[in-house]
Design a protein. Structure first.
Length: 594
């Protein structure tokens, strides 16, 4: 008899695993042919295939939470108590064999066909099924900062999918947390899952579904292509590959995704800490050094607490991205060591990758008796992962990275005007090259990392330059009204507001339509703004906030010069774009005359 055993407990720790093992051993003693789907942290679950469900004579469910069983509709099924399955598996199976009934559910989304062998469904894990007229699509969007790309990609997917005749639901994992979270029933009904994410996410809930992975930038700029490619190329993933976010695209960008995952979790610490420090300066630059004052208390909260967590959180979540929860403890410990030895954010990055890959190696290659497997994620990996990471950081990596970090700090502190201008030009151009893409995020991560070392000039140049593309597009649509349609004017007004808020992505609609002229104009304007900011030695205490930070006293040094730098870069961007449009138009007219 072919029997499927499905177990799941709310915590997913031990009970689910023990119930599955107890039932399978007793069932094998009865001569039953067993397949298991155990949802536990101790080992990845492998979902039943359509063929296995079709061939099953009996399905056994031991689950203490509400479980969606729609895929088992039409099959004999028994659902019983998990604790009894652990303590009395033989009696549990005997009762199951007697009391199992055909499971029925209204509008079952995955009802197996039992009409006969000739209509047996084929396994589709390696090939896409024929496209139906309309698909139920689920999509998840997530970018490192969780501010602009996350929501703009979601809007683009929503509009385009509906235009193509598909039904789509989108979960955004932004800076305010997950919104539009899917229910088990919605996941069960989904024909396709699109993961447009630039950071590592837990996708284990989608195990057994056809999944296609891409970036938020591609989902935003090439939306129709993404959906069409997803329909053709999405593949079924089991629990292990889904939870680790393994894919071809990930293999190419894995380290970057791991780094951006760390940065995304670090940002709330940086933004909160930076703004609290900035508020403390409202009482005077030196007021924070006076014990017992409110300014000193604010500095303790922002500088000595929030900023102190920056590097451990960066390191911890890089490791989490690589090895999931077992990597978190070694990563956090490695980050604390990086801070204590003076290795700064570079040391935090190194310790995060060390901790993540060592924890992953332990998880993949250390084999323990089944009775001791429960110790692996809570004892073995944290203990030995922390030891490996800590010893390497102390005896091998810590001092050299600290020396590099010290050299970088000395260079930034002592560089002359020429070097400052060059650095500002480079950072400003990087911020405007791909408008929230990998290059932009790399420059931003560099500036954020230096805040922990009290180097505030690069962050000022980065935020100023990042504001100019979107503001510049707003200026262009205002000054060159005849060159733009009404929808483009609306996009320009929105872009201007987003630019003031330091959301570079406001310029993306223009860059996507006309990249050959928008990107160069934006890079020139951003580079000049970054250079001016560095030349004037402007310091920024907070890593976000845009124009609103200018109104916090002492949050930015030389506030008027900072505003002038942003205005100059924005005007250059807008006028440069208009100039290139006119030149291009004249060339087209000359070609037509010839």
């Amino acid at each position: 008899m072919n029997v499927l055993i499905y177990t799941r407990c709310p915590t997913g720790l031990a009970s689910s695993y023990l119930a599955g093992e107890s039932l399978s051993q007793s069932a094998e003693a009865l001569g039953w042919n067993i397949r298991k789907e155990i949802h536990s942290q101790l080992e990845p679950a492998t979902p039943f295939t359509t063929e296995e469900i079709y061939d099953a004579d009996l399905i056994l469910v031991a689950a203490s939470d509400t479980t969606d069983l729609a895929r088992f509709a039409g099959k004999k099924l028994y659902q019983g108590d998990m604790q009894q399955a652990i303590s009395q598996p033989a009696q549990w199976l005997e009762r199951a064999n007697k009391e199992a009934k055909v499971y029925k559910v209204e509008e079952a989304s995955a009802k197996p066909d039992t009409s006969g062998p000739s209509e047996k469904p084929a396994e589709t894990s390696d090939s896409a099924p024929e496209k139906p007229a309309s698909l139920n699509i689920l999509a998840v969007t997530a970018c490192p900062t969780g501010v602009a790309h996350t929501f703009m990609a979601a809007e683009a997917l929503q509009a385009t999918a509906e235009q193509m005749g598909h039904h789509i639901q989108i979960e955004t994992r932004g800076s305010v947390g997950a919104k539009g979270t899917f229910t088990p029933a919605e996941i069960a009904k989904a024909d396709l899952v699109i993961l447009a994410v630039d950071i590592e996410i837990d996708a284990s809930a989608f195990a057994g579904k056809r999944i296609y992975r891409t970036s938020t930038g591609k989902a935003l700029k090439q939306t129709r292509d993404v959906i069409e490619t997803a329909i053709k190329e999405a593949k079924v993933e089991d629990s292990s590959t889904a939870s680790s976010s393994s894919s071809t695209s990930k293999e190419k960008t894995g380290p970057y995704k791991h780094l951006m995952t760390g940065v995304s979790f670090m940002l709330p610490m940086v933004v909160a800490g930076g703004l609290i420090i900035a508020i403390s300066f409202m009482f005077g630059i030196h007021a924070a050094g006076e014990p017992g004052t409110l300014a000193a208390a604010l500095m303790t909260i922002g500088g000595k607490s929030a900023f102190a967590l920056m590097i451990p959180v960066l390191s911890g979540y890089i490791a989490f991205s690589i090895a999931d929860r077992p990597g978190l403890a070694p990563g956090l410990i490695g980050g604390m060591l990086a801070s204590s030895v003076g290795a700064g954010f570079l040391g935090g990055i190194v310790s995060g990758f060390l901790a993540g890959y060592s924890a992953k190696a332990l998880a993949d290659h250390v084999r323990l008796p089944k009775t001791m497997e429960a110790l692996k994620p809570i004892l073995v990996i944290p203990l030995f992962g922390s030891l490996i990471t800590g010893l390497i950081m102390i005896y091998v990596v810590g001092d050299p990275v600290a020396a590099i970090m010290k050299g970088l700090e000395n260079f930034l502190s002592s560089m002359g005007d020429a070097n400052a201008v060059i650095l500002g030009l480079l950072l400003g151009a990087m911020m405007c090259f791909d408008l929230g893409g990998p290059v932009n995020k790399a420059a931003y991560a560099f500036g954020v990392g230096l805040l922990a070392s009290k180097q505030y000039e690069p962050m000022a140049a980065i935020m100023a330059a990042g504001m100019t593309p979107a503001i510049g597009m707003g200026i262009a649509t205002f000054l060159g009204k005849s060159h733009f349609s009404e929808p483009e004017h609306e996009a320009g007004r929105a872009s201007f507001i987003l630019g003031l808020c330091f959301i570079s992505e406001g310029a993306i609609p223009f860059a996507a339509k006309d990249p050959i002229r928008v990107i160069p104009a934006a890079m020139v304007g951003g580079a000049i703004t970054g250079a001016l900011s560095m030349f004037w030695d402007i310091q920024l205490m907070a890593p976000h906030g845009g124009i609103f930070v200018l109104f916090i006293p002492n949050a930015i040094s030389h506030v008027l010069l900072y505003a002038v730098a942003i205005a100059i870069g924005s005007i250059i961007t807008g006028l440069g774009y208009l100039l290139m449009m006119k030149l291009y138009k004249h060339k087209e007219e000359e070609i037509v005359e010839v």
